[in-house]
Design a protein. Sequence first.
Length: 417
Amino acid sequence: MTHGIPMTLRSILDRLSILPSLSLALWLGTSNLALANAPAAGAGAPPPPKVGVIEVQKQSLRQQVVFPAQIRAVEQVEVRSQVSGMLQNVNFSDGANVEKGQLLYVIDRRPFAAEVAAAEAEVAQSEASLRLAIREAQRGQELAHSQTLSREAIEQRDAAKQVAEANLRAAKARLETARINLDYTQIRAPISGRIERTLVTPGNIVTSPFGSATTLLSSITPTDSLYVYFQIDEATQMGFAAQSPSAPLGEPVLVTLQGQNGLSETANIDYLAPTFNAKSGARQARATLDNSAHRLSPGQFANVRMHTAQLFDNPAIPAAAVGMNQSRHFVMLVDAENKVQMRPVKLGPTINGLRPVLDGLQGGERIIVEGLQRARPNTPVTPELIAAKPVTDECTADNTQPKPSAPLNSCFSANKP
């Protein structure tokens, strides 16, 4: 026993005192081995991620607005009979295209042919009476020289001649009327176009428009050219009026059937109502549409897309490259050191997939459009320049709600601060 400590306890303490030295030696040996086996610092670091960038360029963009519209016929003619009689024939197929002057209906012509014959006989009778009156008047003039006929008798013969002449003119007029009525028994197309179904079948009596009840036979609607009516809101109209009092007369518009975004037809505005509607605050406009391909029909509902007077001459970027952070727009750009920077921007409306930049970019910057999920502010990237591919898109306003009198997509958008 040493210093009062049992031998067994002393041995245990001596053994525990050497454990820290062994642990330190073991850790140092392991560390040295790890350092010896580790590669040189930075030799296996991954390269900066690749991102697709485009160079911002200035472009001239005009706002677009979309209005609801309805397609109507330029003209429509009702087919009615100008004489009364029994309908004998219908000479067209329902819904067919007819040409001007084409025979459509035939009314029983026999009564009218008889009227023509009677009128011709009356003309012949009047001509005979006139010839007799002329001879009597000539004879009276001869007798007047020999003073064998009184002055009164001579005047009576001259008056009889004048009456015969008037009777002949009246008879010829009645003959002309009879012939016209006979021609009216053949009802021909007054214009070219598509004819509706017939409303009267052979065997029925039709009445002329001069009677108490007018018979409507059918109607013809030309479809080679159509009208498109829509309402322009006051804000859009005032933007044009600032440039020209007659604007937007002559402006082209795109007409698309509602529910069909693929096929559009071009029309030109040719009419503006002289006043605004007091209830809606809108102004009626009309565009003329060439429908020679017969894709559209009167009565269909459509959307009219037109440019406004406002022109943006600013740097333009794809709408897909824009992000939002607490109601603020921003883009991710690559600086001269190939590091990502977040840049706040103030934007205009979306026009054909592009956003005009009102503030924040000057042009020439490289913004990231692909690989945004790999871009972090102040981190290096490997930029790859790609060609800009603007996508055709409807003009939309992102911060405004349309008013009842406003167009469907008014694009009068102002960025929130």
